[in-house]
Design a protein around this ligand. Structure first.
Ligand SMILES: CC(C)(COP(=O)(O)OP(=O)(O)OC[C@H]1O[C@@H](n2cnc3c(N)ncnc32)[C@H](O)[C@@H]1OP(=O)(O)O)[C@@H](O)C(=O)NCCC(=O)NCCS
Length: 161
């Protein structure tokens, strides 16, 4: 990617950006990854909960949250990734902060956000901790045997960075 020097901006994804989000997903995670079909559905279902970070027209990061049908006060942070070429530059932290700050306006009923993370994902765990997430449980076989995931929860309105 060419050197990008413009201002970083954050907000809901646009339809024409979905292919770029799918391309980012494919390089940010090992397979299997979400296909563009999933991103189109997330765009249709939760347009205000699907945010990106942009610079000079490039998509540098995205996050998707999904509301819980059985508990309207809870939101699941389903996926979150930064382009590997720009990881470690504070973009993930800035995107999550911008989204969490807007959340009380987008969805005032939400009081809790939860997610799962790989216990070895130090960057993700550090970032979540900075935004008030604490470990509430863990599942030793989240995706099958020997696939441990930590469950982290943040209270909305509680003090974070
Ligand atoms: C996890 C991820 C979203 C973090 O985004 P990022 O833009 O790279 O992170 P930031 O630069 O904003 O850094 C956030 C914090 O984590 C720290 N951090 C970054 N990389 C780290 C690492 N490898 N180990 C420990 N801490 C790390 C940073 O120092 C920063 O803390 P600080 O403010 O105290 O300095 C990004 O690395 C990513 O997309 N990884 C692959 C996909 C993924 O794992 N998604 C999360 C799934 S749960």
């Amino acid at each position: 990617m060419a050197e990008l020097s413009g201002e970083l901006s954050f907000g809901p994804v646009l339809k024409q950006e979905l292919a770029a989000v799918a391309a980012l997903e494919a390089v940010a995670f090992p397979p299997p990854v979400y296909p563009v079909f999933f991103f189109r559905q997330a765009f249709d279902l939760w347009p205000q909960m699907f945010w990106v970070a942009r610079r000079d027209g490039h998509i540098l990061a995205y996050l998707i949250c999904g509301p819980e049908f059985s508990n309207r006060q809870r939101l699941s942070l389903m996926s979150f990734a930064v382009d590997p070429q720009t990881q470690g530059q504070g973009i993930g932290k800035a995107l999550l902060k911008a989204f969490m700050q807007q959340l009380t306006e987008i969805a005032p009923e939400i009081s809790e956000v939860w997610l799962t993370a790989d216990p070895d994902n130090a960057a993700a765990l550090r970032l979540y901790q900075q935004h008030g997430f604490v470990q509430t449980s863990e599942e030793p076989d989240y995706y099958g045997s020997d696939y441990r995931r930590l469950v982290l929860t943040a209270q909305i309105g509680a003090k974070s960075c």
